[in-house]
Structures are given as C-alpha cells and as structure tokens.
Design a binder for this molecule. Structure first.
Ligand code: NAI
Ligand code: F6P
Length: 383
C-alpha cells in the first residue's frame, strides 16, 4: 500500500505521515520546500518525539520524498500507483494541490482501485474544498469520469505539533494526544485500513466540536495571551485573566455544541478540560505567534470564531466572550505574519462595517452584525 502525502511540515511528518507509516503504508512526502525535500530524500527515516504523560519516541522509516514544485514527472510516477493521497498544507494551499491530483486521475486507469483522497487541514470539509478545486479545473464534461476514479473523504485532525527547534532536522516534537476522524460512508464497505484513525458515520459533530473547542480555545489563548505580553501558550493559560477570557469564549461554543449535537454537558465539559490541559503542557514549546498565525483565515465566516458566534447569535444566545476574542485577534500585531499586517492595514483604511461584511463574511442585517461592528471598532481604536 502506498500513500502520497502533500506537505512534509509539522503535521505531515509528526502526525499524518506517522499514522500512515504505522498502518503499513509506504509513505512518499511531496512538498515545495526544496531543502526539506532534499533532507528527506537523503535520509529515509526520522523520529517523532512525544512529550507529556506516556511519551515515547516513534521512528518513521522507509519514506521517500518528491519536490512537487520542480519534479512533476517524479510526482506523477509516485501518484500513479498510490492508494491514498493526503494533504496537510493549509486550507488556502489546496488549490495548488488540485492540479496534481487531477493529472493523477487522468492518468489512472478506469479499472484501477479508486484513489482515496483525504485533506487533513483545520477547516470544515477541507476535502470537499480540494474536490471542488479539482472539479473546476477539470470541467463539467470530464469531471464525472475523473471523480469515479477517486473517493473523497473529509477528516478532522487533532494533534498539537509546535514549530520545531532550528537544529531538529527532520525529527518532530509532538504532544502524545492525537485524533484522526475520517468519514466512513464515502468508502462504502472498504475503508482504508489505518489502525490509529477513527472512521465515523457523521463527521460534522466531531469536526465542529474539534474546531469550535480545540481551535477556538487555542487561538483565543494565543490572542489574549499576546495582548497580556506572554510568549508561550502554557504561560498564557497560567495567567488567570487569559484563562478566564478563554473559558468565557469556550463556555459559549460549548453551549452551541451541546445544542446541536448528541454530546452531553458532562461530555463536553470533560472534553474542554482535556483540551485545556493539553494547552498547559509545559513540555510543549508552543508560542502565541504560531498558534495565532494567519488571523485573517481564522476570522473567516465558517472558522473557529465567526462560525460559532453567528450560529449562537441566530439562536439568540450570548456571544460576548467570542466577540472579545475576535477583538483580540484583530489586535494580534505581529510584523512577521502577513495576515496580521493585512488586518492592521484594513483596520486603518476600511470602516468596521466593511470589514465585517468583506473579511468576516457576515451579511447585512445578520443578528451578529452589530456586535461584530463594535468588536472591530474597538480593535481599530486600540491597535
Ligand atoms: N501544527 C498543528 O498543530 C496542526 C496543524 N493542522 C493543520 O495542518 C495543516 C498544516 O499545518 P502545519 O503542519 O502546522 O504547517 P507547516 O507549515 O509545518 O507545514 C505545511 C507544509 O506544507 C508545505 N507546502 C506549502 N505549499 C505547498 C504546496 N503547494 N505543495 C506541497 N506542499 C506545500 C510547506 O512547505 C510545509 O512544509 C494546516 O491546515 C493546519 O491548520 C491541524 C492540526 C494541528
Ligand atoms: O493552522 P492552524 O489552524 O492554526 O492549525 C494549528 C492548530 O491546530 C491545532 O493542532 C489543534 O489541532 C493547534 O495546535 C493549532 O492551534
């Protein structure tokens, strides 16, 4: 069995690549980072170092690497007999992966087993986004023929993999916790065998619970922690002011998750507790700048703040904690982060109403609109 994984970064090597390797797949990493690919090609192995309770080291061996920016022929050869394609490149990069997978399906025989395609990104239904990019490239005439040669399954991935030390080489430090939930139904009776993944009939509850608890909580810790002057996530959460603000936002998203899905209040409280303990892990060298990265993406309509706040507002439920986190996200002033710079520029040059409509995707008259306009105005006057 063979898997081609796009994105040999933190989640690629420290999570998806590891689980595929442990499931018996021959793993081929495809990436546009030439130095990283050269290093992977020169050594067929690396170590995943876990930190935290029950930590152990895991070796990934037998892997190969191909530069997807410069070696289209090599990539096509690897894709030709792949069983699985996965990605961990960031949701905004999926459009650059789409042409490669379209070409692979064009070259794939109609009798070959279907290629399992699973995007492993922090976004709701990221595989559908990739499939839509592919369908648009292919066109209405050809697409049904190509689509029949693949199975597209959405997934939810959860493991904290921080930025790695400069001298770490290919090795990756990760937390012990992980969860990879994959939609079962697209595969019919023959889902891929990935022992450490968890196949579910309905992914929506898992992905919403994950995105609106883990990612809302983590990003809120980063933004409130940044404003309070903290560098590390674990230090930020040890600050009672930051912890209180994060708890308030998570109290609101938890109310939504319990109202929408079959999780009980006790289950959601336990889940939230576990998540906050993971963020507190002092052995995890994680920073507010990494976790807060790309604030514009994180303030998108279906993302971790605006998504749950919009649904809560539609239900007439409180959203003050989320609005405070949104203001903090807009005040995340990190010159090295292009999206933070872009938001700073938007706050200086565009009015709050325009930002709410165009950046956050909230329509005029939506019940969240007024609260958001106030949150944006507060950030504009503070930044
Ligand atoms: N790091 C974490 O703790 C977690 C990250 N995620 C998600 O996983 C995805 C990847 O995140 P990280 O691994 O942290 O980022 P990363 O920056 O460490 O890795 C991304 C990799 O994608 C590569 N890449 C960029 N453009 C590419 C292209 N066109 N073709 C092939 N490769 C390309 C980059 O060179 C890099 O090696 C994101 O969607 C993130 O939200 C999900 C759960 C946890
Ligand atoms: O690119 P994003 O959305 O910040 O993804 C990384 C996030 O995902 C998480 O791993 C949670 O699964 C956090 O480590 C981190 O905040």
């Amino acid at each position: 069995m063979k898997a081609v994984h796009f994105g040999a970064g933190n989640i690629g090597r420290g999570f998806v690549g590891l689980l595929l390797h442990d499931a018996g797949y021959e793993v081929v990493f495809a990436d546009v980072n030439g130095a990283l690919i050269d290093e992977l090609a020169a050594s067929d192995r690396y170590t995943v170092h876990e930190v935290g309770v029950g930590a152990r080291d895991r070796v990934v061996d037998g892997c190969r690497a191909v530069n997807s920016a410069t070696d289209a022929a090599g990539l096509a050869r690897e894709l030709a007999d792949a069983d699985v394609v996965t990605t961990a490149v960031g949701p905004n990069v999926l459009k650059f992966i789409a042409p490669h997978v379209v070409e692979a399906l064009r070259a794939r025989g109609a009798d070959a087993p279907p290629l399992a395609v699973m995007a492993c990104e922090n976004a709701i239904n990221a595989t559908d986004l990739l499939r839509d990019e592919m369908a648009a490239l292919s066109g209405a005439d050809e697409w049904p023929r190509l689509a029949a040669r693949a199975v597209f399954a959405n997934t939810a991935v959860d493991r904290i993999v921080p930025a790695q030390a400069a001298d770490a080489g290919l090795d990756v430090t990760v937390e012990t916790f992980f969860e990879w939930a994959i939609e079962r139904s697209p595969f019919g009776d023959t889902p891929p065998v990935i022992a450490d993944a968890h196949f579910v009939d309905d992914l929506a509850p898992y992905i919403e619970r994950k995105l609106f608890t883990v990612n809302t909580g983590h990003a809120a810790t980063a933004y409130f922690g940044f404003l309070a002057g903290h560098t590390r996530i674990s230090d930020a959460l040890a600050d009672p002011v930051v912890e209180g603000a994060v708890e308030r936002a998570l109290g609101e998203t938890s109310a939504l998750i319990i109202a929408k899905h079959a999780f009980t209040e006790a289950e959601q409280t336990a889940y939230r507790f576990t998540i906050l303990e993971r963020f507190r892990n002092p052995d995890l060298p994680d920073t507010v700048e990494r976790v807060g990265r790309q604030p514009r993406r994180k303030l998108g309509r279906n993302e971790r703040f605006i998504g749950p706040a919009a649904e809560l507002a539609e239900r007439g439920r409180p959203v003050d904690g989320l609005l405070a986190a949104i203001t903090a996200a807009l005040r995340f002033d990190v010159p090295a982060d292009p999206e933070s710079v872009e938001l700073g520029h938007a706050l200086r040059t565009r009015g709050p109403v325009q930002i709410v409509h165009e950046v956050m995707g909230i329509a005029p008259g939506h019940p969240l609109e007024d609260g958001l306009v106030e949150a944006v105005a507060a950030a504009a006057s503070a930044r």
